[in-house]
Design a binder for this molecule. Structure first.
Ligand code: FES
Length: 305
């Protein structure tokens, strides 16, 4: 089933509580960002979020975009250094151009990062806020550097570039912690082991129609959904932040995660709507002797797009 064939699900804007003054600043800020991104709760807003999250890419877009400012600004520092020694016009021009490319990249990375951050839970939420604020600081310092360069005050421009780069490095380190320590953007189903051959996971009679149900294989939870004659099976914990999909909502042949409303196709586990970017592992099912059996889906048995 393709994205175009499944019904649109109104994003969760309507369910969002308003920010309260007693809430932590990161929570209040997150609600405002979330509201801004879901402005109107339209399908277009959801498509924009999907684009910024990287649902279409299969990986977080933000992580890829951050290479642009960091790479460009690293180049700018090197060109500035060489220019300060050799006093060559082309090196100065290269430094200026690198900063400009980095500023454009920082803007794009910030938009993608904000979209991701609006669906990040504590404790990563607070670190994510500081990561963003530091990046705003770094970008502002590089912007100031360009202003000085435009006024032919190159030494001040170089100084502000060094300051901006220092802040950007600290921000990048915090960004790394968000991934390696808090596992933001990491596929939360990674490492789960599913049976290579069919194993029984529950009695067929216990599986109600149109009721997302949690089964278990060796401690790994499995989502089962019976839709008439068909039985679907996916990894039960959401690839985004491990939300319990058996508590999610069925929309046609798709399931919506109860935590941040990622939506997955039951037939093959692909992401229809983010913030998840990684597909849910999919399992094959069959009925034998009144039992539901599952095994890891094989490529040749998955439906074609
Ligand atoms: S845990 Fe975030 S969408 Fe499922």
């Amino acid at each position: 089933m393709t994205n175009q064939q499944v019904p649109f699900v109104q994003p969760r804007q309507a369910e969002q509580p308003q920010a309260q003054p007693s809430q932590p600043i990161d929570e209040r800020l997150q609600k405002l960002v979330d509201k801004a991104f879901y402005a109107g709760g339209s399908e277009t807003a959801q498509d924009l979020r999907n684009f910024l999250n990287g649902t279409w890419l299969g990986d977080p877009l933000h992580a890829a975009l951050t290479d642009v400012p960091l790479g460009s600004w690293t180049a700018a520092i090197v060109f500035d250094l060489l220019d300060s020694v050799r006093h060559r016009r082309d090196l100065a021009t290269a430094a200026d151009a690198s900063i400009t490319v980095g500023l454009a990249g920082a803007l794009a990375a910030a938009l993608a990062g904000l979209a991701d951050w609006s669906d990040v839970d504590p404790p990563a939420r607070r670190d994510g806020m500081f990561h963003g604020l530091l990046n705003i600081g770094a970008t502002s310092l590089f912007a100031a550097s360009m202003v000085f360069r435009g006024k032919r005050k190159r030494n001040q421009g170089r100084l502000f570039a060094v300051l901006g780069y220092s802040v950007a490095v600290i921000a990048a380190r915090l960004g790394g912690q968000l991934v390696y320590k808090h596992r933001v953007g990491v596929d939360r189903t990674s490492g789960q082991t599913f049976p290579e051959e069919f194993v029984e996971v529950m009695a067929e009679a216990a599986l109600e129609n149109d009721k997302p149900t949690r089964a278990d294989y060796n401690g790994v939870p499995i989502l089962l959904v019976r839709r008439g004659e068909r039985i679907f099976a996916l990894a039960e914990t959401c690839s985004h932040f491990s939300g319990p999909l058996s508590e999610g909502k069925l929309v046609g042949d798709s399931i919506v995660c109860p935590w941040h409303q990622s939506r997955f196709d039951l037939a093959d586990g692909h992401v229809i709507n983010g913030p998840a970017v990684h597909p849910q592992p999919c399992l094959e099912t069959r009925i034998r002797d009144g039992k539901v059996e599952v095994r890891k889906a094989r490529k040749e048995t998955l439906p074609l797009d």
